[in-house]
Design a protein around this ligand. Sequence first.
Ligand code: MN
Length: 201
Amino acid sequence: MAFELPDLPYDYDALEPYIDGRTMEIHHDKHHNAYLTKFKKAIEGTELEDQDLETILAKAGQHGAGVRNQGGGYLNHIIFWESMSPSGGGKPQGKLAEAIDTSFGSFDDFKEKFTGEATGLFGSGFVWLVPDAGKVKIVSTPNQDNPVMDVVSESGKPIMGLDVWEHAFYLKYQNRKPEYVDAWWNVVNWDGISKKFDAAS
Ligand code: MN
């Protein structure tokens, strides 16, 4: 597999004022690129070079910390970029909206629970929205783990993810993680996430 750094689906500053352009530039060009570079190095010369990313990460627990952390970082940021859009925000429509209502009672209840997971996550990690037999569930993972990995207790394939590492918000928000999470809801790419949910169900 030729693993590459995907371009952001929008300009660095397209998510302002909620996510600042400088953060997006460093996050994509430096952080995401570093995960990719180190992941490629971790699999170089091994049989993993010929496998696709999800096949590799499904057995992350067997491949060592380099593959787990760097491969996870590579995948997680792809999902994170796709979870946001300059025309995002608001609420989902259609089947995903129904699944959220069925799973959490209402969109507001879902948003409150997801926000609580994100602000309460200790240390570095991600919070995910994961399809689960027609419904959806919220899953938190530490560091660069992902629910597709064999190392997590709640498994699945996320359709949306929020990066709550400090590098995702510190330039603009410093220690005010709840402000970052609140702002993030204004750029959530519900159209794209809904399409992923439809494809998964
Ligand atoms: Mn990150």
